[in-house]
Structures are given as C-alpha cells and as structure tokens.
Design a binder for this molecule. Structure first.
Ligand SMILES: Nc1ncnc2c1ncn2[C@@H]1O[C@H](COP(=O)(O)OP(=O)(O)OP(=O)(O)O)[C@@H](O)[C@H]1O
Ligand SMILES: [Mg+2]
Length: 157
C-alpha cells in the first residue's frame, strides 16, 4: 500500500487510524531518512492507541514508554544510535513486546533483532510538505492490519 501525505497533520491522522488497531506484541518498523516523518507518524500511532503522553523523539533514552489509563504500555524505540542487532538484543525487546506494541525508528539498523513478522513503513521525502509512505506487511497478522488500514483510508480492500 502506498500513501502520499501532503502534510504532517495528514501523517499523524494516518498514524492515528493505524494506532487504534495496535495490540501487545505488534511490531511496526519505520525506515526513512532524517526528517522523513517517522516521529510524526509515531505521534499519531501513540495517540490512536490511546496514549496519555505525547510521543517525542527518544533522544536521551533509547526507548520511550507511553501509557494508557488501563495500564497498557506502548514502546517507541529509536535505533539511530545503536551499533547493530547485537546491541538491540541486550534491550530484551521480547519482554517489552509481551506488555505492549512497539514502533522502531531506523529499524533497518537492527533488522536481525526484530521479529520476522512485522509491518514496515518506508518513508521518503518528496518536498517540504509531501512524504511518500509505502507499507509492507510480513505475516498474517500484519496483512490483516494493513487491509483494515487500506479500507479505512481508501474505502476498499
Ligand atoms: N507530510 C508530512 N509528513 C510528516 N512530516 C512532515 C510532512 N510535511 C512536513 N513534515 C515535517 O517534517 C518533519 C518530520 O520530522 P520527524 O521528526 O517526524 O522526522 P523523523 O523521520 O523522525 O526524523 P529523525 O530521523 O531525525 O528522527 C517535521 O518537522 C514535520 O512537521
Ligand atoms: Mg524521529
């Protein structure tokens, strides 16, 4: 699925739609250059999921944890400063996934430490206000998720 976003607000809105579908164990991988809109998309994902906190770029810690009134957690990992999959394995992502969904920025840097089944979003800069988002689902769970998103966004399956 491909989506051309014409502004940060539109990217957030798309994230919110997807965020409502997220459950514990879900893995969303974001791939795209600096300023391509990864954190902006996460702001929507976390809000749609029901986060009480605003999503921000994890700059001092590697993982931001957002909370919901029911106690559920949402993990936001920035792999930019990780040296690779081995360093990511030390974070014990599986334990986090047991208690919430996770979104990873710069996911390609730690690909081998991430589950094979996932929803990947490739973001690219087109011009100042436009970003190209390409969604790739791996595994049944994410194919279902993507077809629901497609239905909501384009009104077709
Ligand atoms: N259509 C759009 N979608 C998303 N962001 C947009 C769009 N148009 C403009 N922007 C702007 O582009 C910037 C995207 O920044 P953001 O922090 O989301 O990128 P990032 O991919 O997380 O970068 P980094 O690699 O530094 O973490 C924001 O300032 C946002 O307002
Ligand atoms: Mg970012």
């Amino acid at each position: 699925m491909e989506f051309i976003s014409r502004g940060a607000e539109q990217t957030r809105r798309l994230g919110m739609r997807m965020g409502t579908l997220l459950q514990s164990g879900d893995m969303i991988c974001l791939v795209g250059d600096l300023g391509s809109g990864k954190t902006t998309l996460v702001q929507g994902l976390a809000a749609g999921w029901g986060s009480l906190d605003n999503a921000t770029s994890p700059s001092f810690v590697l993982v931001n944890v957002y909370r919901r009134p029911d106690g559920c957690k949402f993990y936001h990992l920035d792999a930019y400063r990780l040296s690779g999959a081995r360093e990511a394995e030390d974070l014990d992502l599986d334990a986090m996934l047991d208690t919430g969904p996770m979104v990873v920025e710069w996911a390609e840097r730690i690909q081998d430490a991430l589950p094979e089944d996932n929803l990947r979003v490739n973001l690219s800069w087109m011009d100042e206000d436009q970003r190209d988002l390409v969604f790739v689902a791996r595994g049944e769970r994410y194919q279902k998720m993507l077809s629901l998103v497609r239905k909501q966004v384009f009104g077709v399956t």
